[in-house]
Design a protein around this ligand. Sequence first.
Ligand SMILES: [Zn+2]
Length: 194
Amino acid sequence: MSVFRLENPKRRNITTVVSGYRKHKDDLKKDFLGRCGYCNSIDTWRFVWFEIDHFVPQKHLKTIKETDYINLVYACRSCNNAKRAKWPTKDEKIHNKNDEGFIDPCEDIYSDQFKRTNVGRILPKTKIGQWMYDAMKLYKPQHEIIWSIAELDELIQEIENVLKETPNDELKDRLLDCYRGFMEYSKKLSSEGL
Ligand SMILES: [Zn+2]
């Protein structure tokens, strides 16, 4: 088993008034470390679309404005689409009740609700984790596929660095084969539009 995420995202205290919430996208990408707040998928590949989620859905906002940075989450399309306007408490101030509802991904305890298997599959660890897991469809295979590609990408870079220090033609050829396979896989995923 692996930990769900290595680092927790933290929103800066951004209070700039903007004309539309999308203007916050660059700041969100930075604060969420280029990862989906909900599933922790990385935003490196263009086949994984990234959007902005309103943590408290817009229809339940009373005092929070739709452009307030504090309520925005950098999210992959899969999580954003699955979450939609789900908000069981119907109250902007109460995020969850009786193990139903959401935990803000910028809270450190968000990480404690899930774990990952050695092949990147997300699993819930708590009751509210189970609720969020179902609500955001964190069981979808794309989460483990994206995790595996990121691992592979990292490994290829590591091997490349080793090869720079110690040239080894056989290993270099194997790396090239692996890299080609990786690119094909990436292209296939792109055309299937996960
Ligand atoms: Zn996601």
